[in-house]
Ligand binder design. Structure first.
Ligand code: FNR
Length: 191
C-alpha cells in the first residue's frame, strides 16, 4: 500500500510539517510506502472558473491529483487558521475536486494537526472534514491534534510526551489497518 502524506503548511519551521514527517515515519515502520510532500510543492493560483475554462487546471493541480491517485491512502497534516481550514489547503482541494474521476472519492484519509494553542488545531480539522467528506473521501473518524506543538517535539522530531506518542502510533496503526482492509475490498469489488 502507498500512503500520500501532505503537509498543509510549507514554512521551514512548520509544526505540521514536523508532524507529517513523524506520521510518515510511523507509516513506513508499519510497512506501507510513504510519499511525503508539502503544499508548496504544488504552487497553484486561487481557483477561478475562467482560468479553468481557458487554460485548464494548473500543472500543480494535475501533479497533486496524480500523487493522490497514486496512493491508496492519504494523510493531511493541516494547521488551523481562524478556527477553520487554511485557504491554501481548501484551494488545493477545490482544484483537485474538478478532475474526473474525482480523486478524493473512496480515498481513505487521516487528518492530523499541530498548533501552539491548547486546541491543537482540532477545529480546523472539523472544517477540513466537510469538503473531503462531501467529495466522498473515507475520512477516518478519529483525528489527532497536537496542542502546544511548539514545545511538543524533541530535536529528532519525536514527541516528547510518551503517552501522546503512543496515542499517535495507535491512531496511525488503526487507520492503516482500516485502509489496508478497504483497499483489499475495493480491489475485490473491481475484479
Ligand atoms: C493562526 N494560528 C491559529 N492557531 C490555532 O490554534 N487556532 C487558530 O484559529 C489560529 N488562527 C491562525 C490564523 C492565521 C492567519 C495564522 C497565520 C495563524 C496559529 C497557527 O496555529 C500557527 O501559526 C502554526 O504554527 C501554523 O502551523 P505551522 O505553519 O507551524 O504548520
Amino acid at each position: 500500500m502507498r500512503v500520500f502524506v501532505l503537509a498543509g503548511s510549507s514554512r521551514s519551521g512548520s509544526m505540521n510539517r514536523r508532524l507529517a514527517s513523524l506520521v510518515g515515519g510511523l507509516v513506513t515502520r508499519s510497512g506501507p510506502t510513504v510519499d511525503l510532500a508539502r503544499l508548496a510543492d504544488f504552487p497553484m493560483p486561487a481557483y477561478d472558473g475562467d482560468t479553468e475554462a481557458g487554460e485548464g487546471p494548473p500543472p500543480a493541480a494535475v501533479a497533486l491529483r496524480d500523487r493522490i491517485e497514486a496512493a491508496q491512502a492519504l494523510v493531511i497534516a493541516s494547521p488551523e487558521y481562524n478556527a477553520s481550514v487554511p485557504g491554501v489547503v481548501k484551494n488545493a482541494i477545490d482544484w483537485v475536486s474538478r478532475f474526473r474521476p474525482q480523486p478524493f472519492k473512496d480515498k481513505q484519509t487521516l487528518l492530523v494537526s499541530a498548533s501552539p494553542s491548547m486546541v491543537g488545531g482540532n477545529r480546523g480539522l472539523w472544517a477540513l472534514r466537510v469538503p473531503l467528506e462531501h467529495l466522498g473521501a473515507r475520512v477516518y473518524p478519529d483525528m489527532f491534534s497536537l496542542a502546544g506543538a511548539h514545545h511538543a517535539f524533541t530535536e529528532d522530531g519525536e514527541l516528547t510526551d510518551p503517552q501522546l506518542a503512543e496515542r499517535l502510533t495507535q491512531t496511525v496503526d488503526s487507520f492503516l489497518d482500516l485502509a489496508e482492509a478497504d483497499t483489499r475490498y475495493l480491489c475485490l469489488q473491481r475484479r
